[in-house]
Ligand binder design. Structure first.
Ligand SMILES: [Zn+2]
Length: 233
């Protein structure tokens, strides 16, 4: 069989990588890496996208911010001390512990969004079940999905915060926000992230129609109530 394009590596019913063909032509470690790449379950046309912007279109500005954020992440004495530094900054925030734990899981890439579930359950469909437009990564679930975008809009949060943080990876964004914003703004940003995830879970696990405004208000109210009890004003 002649292989000219990537699609020649697929079997179509159901759409999946043709593992036998891959193993025939490639080394095992290459096959393992390729099988980790999720395939879109729907018949969309291929197109080029740039993850660090919400609309997936490249801009010179977002390219600059992305490269700069990558350099900042690489600075320091190593991944583990960097991780400890990030965690200690998250832990100092005046936020309920469950929101801080959520932020840490976001940074570690440990949310059970579609793409992460597929890493454990290969046959799981990683497509976002709310919009059916894209693979559900952390970035998609918390920022890129139309529902999440509405939450950010209702919260009147600056779009550029996400892109300026090198939005391709949530850990870059969180790191950027922690360094650049004042404490209260940081907390508000994290609560909005949490609200996006809550809204996503409600939509996934119940038939209840959830409004971005309601999801945001509940999250903010939970945060404010917690602060009244736990923080000195
Ligand atoms: Zn979506």
């Amino acid at each position: 069989m002649e292989i000219n394009v990537v699609a020649d590596w697929f079997v179509n019913e159901p759409k999946a990588w043709n593992e036998d063909l891959l193993r025939l032509h490639l080394y095992e470690f290459e096959v393992r890496e390729i099988l980790r790449i999720p395939l879109c379950a729907t018949d969309e046309c291929d197109n080029l996208v740039w993850n660090p912007t919400r609309d997936r279109c490249y801009t010179v500005k977002s390219g600059y911010h992305f490269i700069r954020s990558q350099k900042e992440i690489k600075k320091g004495s190593g991944a583990s001390s960097e991780g400890r530094g990030l965690w200690s900054r998250i832990w100092k925030l005046e936020l309920p512990p469950k929101i801080k734990n959520f932020i840490w899981r976001v940074c570690k890439g440990a949310l059970p969004c579609g793409i992460n579930v597929q890493k454990c359950v290969v046959e799981a469909d990683p497509t976002c079940q709310r919009c059916l437009r894209d693979i559900e990564s952390e970035v998609h679930a918390l920022v890129g999905c139309p529902f999440a975008q509405e939450v950010w809009e209702v919260a009147s949060m600056d779009d550029e915060l996400f892109e300026a943080g090198g939005g391709g990876r949530m850990v870059n964004t969180v790191d950027f926000i922690l360094k650049r914003l004042q404490h209260d703004e940081v907390c508000r940003f994290m609560v909005v992230l949490w609200a996006c995830w809550n809204g996503r879970n409600k939509a996934y696990h119940s038939d209840e129609q959830v409004e971005p405004q309601v999801v945001l208000e509940k999250a903010m109210s939970f945060w404010h109530s917690w602060r009244v009890v736990h923080c000195a004003w």
